[in-house]
Design a protein around this ligand. Structure first.
Ligand SMILES: *Cc1c(COP(=O)(O)O)cnc(C)c1O
Length: 412
């Protein structure tokens, strides 16, 4: 008898804010043979991927490449390379991932200033701009789509203010990239970090990033000091200012991704195939069509949830289209419902964090998971489970409400 059985993961309908279902084309791409990291065929694929990432990030930036690691590796690469000890970093926080930015910045030795907004809401851009003028930070870091609360922060005005005041603006767009517009250049964002396992529908394990010449110049200045390449009269090498990570040193990473191809790590071949295929699928669909698709399925899902008699959580004016947060009805055990959805229907939805744990479910409509079949299934199954648990829902209304949205969309 074999000690360990053959791998055979159950087919799941994944309606969480990540990881989500992966497009079969991406899974096939991952099964191709390995190429050497300096094989011209492979470096050609690396260059193509950079070009596709520029389209995804809507940028003319020279630098757009993936960091090998999950999305937070992208956050660490940017923050570690940008933040020098003692640098003032302003972090407006409106959910869990804002706290992550603060934690990473603190580890980089930043002098952090945080602003906190009640969960379920976002910031009035004027409030953030006021804080930037008051605090005069060197860097502002904030989250675009906060998956923990299902909210989206408008960034254009904050970006413009940062540019005018010569502040570097770093944005976590892990949850939004590929599902919601992220206009890097138009919104004056200096560095953006994306994710793969959310709206791109590629497995977790890479973090596409982009950054502009303002960031590059700042990093090069740090490196110049680190290497002791100082001008006459300039202070000696200040060890405290060096980039403390080798793996996340963007100056070394960009030398690897540039024509110089200076060896750094060994690029994750199969993940690069996956990312390239995921981006190819996205560009074939087209950014505008893809954003419209995410909005349609959000509308169908939200109509179904409300049709069932459940309440959506959070300020509707800043709802993140790709995550729908649902208030767990009084007397219902949210975790028991999630367990039954998984066991009986093979459907996964998410709980939440911190103060929202046990209070809301989060239903993702991201990438390949964002489709009619999945939305109708999750609505039907959730109604059935709630009914089974004795909760009073409007029976039959959820799927009907979603069908109305779909039929209307098909008619136009
Ligand atoms: C998922 C997520 C992350 C973290 O991603 P990992 O891939 O788990 O490291 C960071 N920020 C936001 C907004 C996210 O939604």
């Amino acid at each position: 008898m074999k000690k360990y059985k053959d791998l055979s993961p159950s087919p799941r309908t994944i309606m969480t804010p990540g990881p989500v279902e992966v497009d079969p084309r991406v899974l096939r791409a991952m099964s191709y043979p390995i190429l050497g990291q300096f094989d011209p065929e492979f470096t050609g694929l690396m260059n193509e991927t950079m070009g596709m990432l520029r389209e995804l990030f809507q940028t003319e930036n020279e630098w757009a490449f993936p960091i090998d690691g999950t999305s937070r590796s992208g956050l660490e690469a940017v923050l570690t390379s940008v933040i020098e000890p003692g640098m003032k970093v302003l972090i407006p926080i409106y959910g869990r991932f804002g706290h992550l930015l603060a934690e990473i910045s603190e580890r980089c030795g930043a002098d952090i200033v945080t602003l906190e907004q009640e969960w379920g809401k976002v910031f009035d851009p004027e409030e953030v701009i006021g804080a930037i003028k008051r605090e005069q930070p060197a860097v502002v870091a904030m989250v675009h789509g906060e998956t923990s609360t299902g909210r989206i922060q408008p960034l254009a005005e904050i970006g413009r203010a940062c540019r005018e005041l010569d502040v570097l603006f770093v944005v976590d767009a892990v949850a939004t990239i590929g599902g919601v517009p992220v206009e890097t250049d138009n919104w004056c964002i200096d560095a953006v970090i994306g994710g793969t396992q959310k709206c791109l529908s590629v497995p977790s394990g890479m973090a596409p990033i982009t950054y502009n010449s303002r960031i590059e110049q700042h990093i090069m200045q740090r490196k110049r000091i680190e290497r002791g390449l100082r001008d006459p009269g300039e202070p000696l090498l200040e060890l405290g200012r060096t980039i403390r990570s080798n793996y996340f040193d963007l100056s070394q990473l960009q030398d690897y991704w540039s024509a110089a191809r200076l060896n750094h790590h060994t690029e994750a071949t199969s993940m690069l195939y996956a990312l390239r295929e995921g981006l190819r699928i996205l560009l074939e669909e087209g950014l505008e069509a893809r954003f419209a698709r995410h909005l349609l399925h959000e509308r169908a899902l939200a109509s179904g949830i409300e049709g069932m008699g459940l309440e959506l959580y959070g300020d509707p004016a800043c709802k993140l289209p790709v995550v729908t947060c649902v208030a767990i009805p009084d007397g219902v055990d949210g975790e028991a419902v999630r367990a039954m959805l998984l066991e009986q229907f093979s459907i996964e939805i998410a709980s939440s964090f911190g103060v929202l744990k046990g209070k809301i479910w989060r239903i993702g409509t991201m990438g390949y998971s964002c489709r009619k079949q999945n939305v109708l299934q999750v609505l039907g199954a959730l109604e059935a489970v709630l009914t089974y648990c004795g909760s009073s829902v409007n029976k039959g209304a959820a799927v009907q409400a979603a069908l109305v949205v779909y039929r209307e969309a098909e008619a136009t």
